[in-house]
Design a protein around this ligand. Sequence first.
Ligand SMILES: Nc1ncnc2c1ncn2[C@@H]1O[C@H](COP(=O)(O)OP(=O)(O)OP(=O)(O)O)[C@@H](O)[C@H]1O
Ligand SMILES: [Mg+2]
Length: 366
Amino acid sequence: MQEKILSIENLSVRFSLRGRILHAIRQVSLDVYKGETLVIVGESGCGKSVLNKNLIGLLDSNGFIDNGSIKYYGAKPDAKNPDLYGEDEKGTYADLAKFKKEKDWLKIRGQEICMILQDPMTSLNPLKTIGAQIAEAISLHQGKKGKEAKEAALQIMRDVRIDDPERRYKQYPHEFSGGMRQRVVIAIAIACNPKILICDEPTTALDVTIQAQVLSLIRELKEKYKLTVIFITHDLGVVANIADRVAVMYAGDIIEIGMVEEIFYQPKHPYTWALLSSLPQLGVKGEDLFSIKGTPPNLFAEVKGDAFAPRNPQALKIDFEELPPYFTVSPTHKARTWLLDERAPKVEPPEVIRSLNSEGGAANGK
Ligand SMILES: Nc1ncnc2c1ncn2[C@@H]1O[C@H](COP(=O)(O)OP(=O)(O)OP(=O)(O)O)[C@@H](O)[C@H]1O
Ligand SMILES: [Mg+2]
């Protein structure tokens, strides 16, 4: 079994909004293994960003964790803060769900876990040169100063394939294109020397060719710097290019998780079927692209049963009544759907999913 670097257990996150409470993360458990690329996929609003913001202490101020733990196994224990650290059979961990003070987060955020956001402009300082911003991260996290920090910054610029780094070192963010800016943000993240890199929709603002370049860059850097990558996207199309494992989120929960091949070739949850059916690659020429009817549930109210049931034309009666447990499909694959219960009637995945299975289709991009 691979080594766990992160273990989220029964995490529940709520937001208080104008006197009402929204349940954004509903008892999520998720393990992340050292050195893997885990892709989290799901529609807008399903909780991908909120889940991951908890890992770096950047939850919006109206949000709070009301249950669960987030064990991070990579950190050195801090003797002054015994409440935040613990030990179990896997080793010493920091329980990030208990972190509150900014001072404590600074030992994790940047240092151990870095997050790259969709819009690079929001993470860059428009008034400082690119070089200065990368060198600053290097001095802060690697202790290198002056010429040594500059040399290291230039090396990272080469690693993220910024051409003519000596000249570009002195330029400002506005002198870079969108794709190049995203490379700078990645360079700054790498300069911090993190163990986990979270990429939150880092390619959605970019055109397709640049998207592909950024994906292949992330793959390369992951090998070179021995990173664990959590990659967030609403686009299953990019998943095949980068994922080892895929977690499918719906309405604040992970409804299916498995190796990338398992999710593409043996998907079990009707929501995963629907997501796969809406892949443009699977569209039939001349016909409208499949889109999932209806909207996700209102998270201000408690969700009953399988959250996807109201949008699932083949939902069973029990789907509306009781939350399905996870059923094990393989040692690496589980899904939360009553269809996997031995008493369930046989419901076949849509035709297009079955053809994906027989052709070997979309996951060939890897
Ligand atoms: N500060 C906040 N206050 C209230 N609700 C919030 C807040 N931040 C997020 N939410 C809600 O939490 C849920 C999850 O949001 P989240 O941003 O994680 O979605 P997402 O999966 O990242 O979507 P997208 O693909 O659009 O980025 C949504 O219902 C959202 O409206
Ligand atoms: Mg998001």
